[in-house]
Write a protein that binds this ligand. Structure first.
Ligand code: HAM
Length: 423
């Protein structure tokens, strides 16, 4: 019996992988412009990092983690997200002591969540994310949002919607929390088992429940925005001012709570409103997480960031009909006729590649006609034909596949003359 790919994962094959490479390259280019530096953390971490960081009462920690015990009986977890690990590293490597503050980092790599697979939802997916640690200035919240928006825009996406919310500081959240408990408590029996558990532990999570979304108490639940204290209100207003200044349209949605526990003040999501995008429209999510560093045992450090998956990025590009990669074709295909000529192309191929050209030859002992067909399939710009006769005379025949023009050049000066043909 053959073995198939695990559910919720995918192979990214040549033809598709070029899209990934373009997005990844653009993300790195933007990070360089915005001065975010790459950080690479392990694929697995101690389970405690996520239960403490992401939050014990979140769906991620409760239901979605790939947790296992290693041979030393330690509980480890395949990372479901990147922020907790970046903050762990920030604390452990004492980046708070660096001269350059805030510390601005980015990461790109696979994350793992045991979710029910559907369009746009995978069990292994690749996140690109950024984190800025050490600044409490709402201008950096705006910068973080603008990097994500610019990345989408520069890849050609137009149908984007940015929604923002404020979850306030500790004081505001605690007032809101009490109001939520009072609101739901009298009728909590009408809610799902999960929500009943959430009531005391983390009532904000009730607002994120998919099962009880339609319950009338959900629609009348007290909004966090009514509970923001002056500091939080001013923070949120400044963020909105900066976004306007940056020409980034947004909507405020008081119901945006996000699925992770570490957020305060700014929370945001970028959605695709392209027709036919499917049920899951969130492309990118992020927010501020002052306090997370302390939770993990570090000094008090403000932080803000976002993460987006390349899978949903590509789905949004497809939904808007944006074609990314065009297979450009190779510079030169070396076709050979005769044993000696074939042997000779081994070295010639290396010369071409060393000179910076993409080049290919036949490895299947094909007839010359079939070699030309192979060159066509590779969209070769030039085909250089070498026969035993030419080899004796130190010549090679080069055909420009676009114009049909052919020239005979000296083998000794092949690379130099081939370079001249490019103009
Ligand atoms: P998140 O909202 O859980 O936030 O995930 C961020 C993004 O990852 C989503 O908007 C989506 O693009 C992608 N994503 C999540 N789950 C899946 C999935 N199963 N399949 C495909 N894509 C998925 C975080 O992970 C936070 N760490 C973001 C953050 C960074 N907040 C502050 N800094």
């Amino acid at each position: 019996m053959s073995i198939s790919i695990p559910r919720g994962t995918q192979d990214i094959l040549p033809g598709e992988v070029e899209k990934w490479q373009l997005i990844e390259a653009k993300a790195r280019e933007l990070c360089e412009k915005y001065q975010y530096k790459e950080i690479r953390t392990p694929i697995f971490e101690h389970t405690d990092l996520f239960s403490r960081g992401v939050g014990d009462s979140t769906d991620i920690v409760q239901k979605e983690m790939y947790t296992f015990e290693d041979r030393g009986k330690r509980s480890l977890t395949l990372r479901p997200e990147g922020t907790a690990a970046v903050v762990r590293s920030f604390v452990e490597k004492k980046m708070f002591g660096l001269a350059n503050q805030p510390v601005k980092l980015y990461y790109m790599g696979p994350m793992f969540r045991y979710e029910r697979p559907q369009a746009g939802r995978f069990r292994q997916f690749v996140q690109f994310g950024i984190e800025a640690l050490g600044s409490n200035d709402p201008a950096i919240d705006a910068e973080v949002i603008s990097l994500a928006m610019n990345l989408y825009k520069e890849m050609g996406l137009k149908k984007l919607k940015l929604i923002i919310n404020s979850l306030g500081d500790k004081e505001s959240r605690s007032a809101h929390r009490d109001a939520l408990v009072n609101h739901f408590k009298p009728r909590i029996g009408e809610f799902c088992h999960d929500c009943q558990n959430r009531l005391e532990k983390n009532p904000l999570r009730i607002l994120d429940c998919k099962q009880d979304r339609e319950h009338e108490l959900m629609l009348t639940a007290p909004s966090i925005l009514e509970f923001l204290n002056d500091f939080s209100k001013e923070y949120f207003e400044k963020l909105q001012k900066y976004l306007t200044q940056l020409d980034i349209p947004f909507e405020v949605d008081a119901n945006l709570v996000r699925g992770l526990d570490y957020y305060n003040h700014t929370a945001f999501e970028i959605m695709s409103n392209a027709e036919g995008f499917g049920a899951i429209t969130t492309l990118c999510g992020g927010g501020r997480y002052n306090g997370l560093a302390e939770e993990i045992g570090g000094p008090e450090t403000p932080g803000i960031g976002f993460a987006l998956s390349i899978e949903r990025f590509i789905a949004a590009l497809d939904a808007e009909g944006i074609e990314l990669a065009s297979n450009e074709g190779i510079d030169c295909y070396l076709a050979a006729l005769g044993e000696e000529a074939k042997d000779y192309t081994v070295g010639l191929l290396q010369q071409l590649r060393r000179a910076g050209f993409s080049a290919e030859r036949d490895y299947l002992d094909r007839k010359i006609k079939a070699q030309f067909k192979a060159a066509d399939r590779l969209k070769a710009k030039f085909v250089a034909v070498l026969g035993d006769e030419e080899l004796k005379n130190n010549k090679i025949n080069v055909k420009n596949m676009a114009t049909g023009e052919q020239v005979e050049i000296d083998l000794a000066t092949f690379i130099k003359q081939f370079q001249e043909l490019q103009d």
